[in-house]
Design a protein around this ligand. Sequence first.
Ligand SMILES: [Zn+2]
Length: 445
Amino acid sequence: MAPPDLVPDIVGEILLLLPPDDPATLVRASLVCKPWRRLLSGRAFRRRYRAFHGAPPLLGFLHDHYAHGAVASPRFVPSVSPSPIPQPPRRLGPRRRPPDDPATLVRASLVCKPWQRLISGRDFRRRYRAFHGALPLLGFLHDHYARGAVASPRFVPSVSPSPIPQPVAALGLGCGYRDWSVLDCRHGHVLFDIFGGTTSASPYASLVVWDPVVGRRHSLPLPPIVCWLYGAAVLCAVRGCDHLDCHGGPFLVVLPALNFGTATVMQVQTYSSETGAWKFSARRDLRHHVLRKPSTLIGDCIYFRLDSASTAILRYDMGKNRLSTIDAPASHVFKSGFAIMPMVDGSLGFADIRGSQVCIWSKNVNTEVSAGWEQCGVIELGTLIPESRNRACVVGSVEGAYVIFVNNGVGVFPVGLKSGRVGKISKPGHYDAVFPFISFYTQIV
Ligand SMILES: [Zn+2]
């Protein structure tokens, strides 16, 4: 029904009587017709309204919203519906959300569509990584053991609900496969080693690369090795890529293998998803094999863990196609495990646990001159993680984020090497090695 045809002065006098503590009436009045909206929006009416009531209308209030514990995010609660103003910018913009607590970033992306677009944008990703050094940690993959020795990789999300599906469900390998395990995870790709597939073209082991964000599965042909002990790394194959969003792109698999018949020669095979073929790359006399632990990429070099207390690290230089080895720091205790990672100055980082302390070391690997390890930090774990009868071990790290994972049987704790901040992202269990999945992917499944 059309509004009554009243002269503006009379309408203004009536609208002035609308109470400021019930602003919904004022908002609804502004929706009646354009002349009323113009009148209510006019400077003269506003001035008279405040003179009459002593204050402008209450549109709502702001407060710090706490969800899932202690994380605060400012929120506007409107007193009318729909909200007359958009959600406000936060005291801390999303850029400053810590990468070792990605739940805040995922939740920020859920606030509203403009925020989701902002956080999903390339510019924001670039600025975020420049600020934090790494993309957000969405969780980790590990080999889950149940009822003995049967392994199946499992994803442990650091946010809830999980941003990617479980590999067993996504790859459909829940039955018919005796055993499979995760070998590596980098640039949005996860590498699995699958044994005993009864429905595969091959009855033996096969390697599969899974891109959980785009849902792509790529089965590799069998590598040209028989009776070898091997580990492997997966990485984006695009030269000059900033790795902000490598999903769906080409990848490389670098596979160092030791013939356990002779146990004297280590050789590297490289697979390219673009050629679909393996290529022999390099070899070196060596008596140690690569452990199935997370590798580390620094520049053109991939670093693998070896099964030796002293000759602990294998380095493969992809640019020079050269294999070399690196000893652990002299005082390293093999049983505590260790993680390797890139440091901020491009050196190789090494973190292990001695007693109740995380010890951090670095070594210059940018020159041909052999440099020694230098201790560059200590973190006292005593009060940071719960007590346990089990020995605490380093079981992984996040490339570029200066975060290591410590497992003491109570759970897996990400430990920020710069911040000293400790979180917890798993239940108690058996975690030999954890492979972090870092990405800006924020779609909740
Ligand atoms: Zn890339």
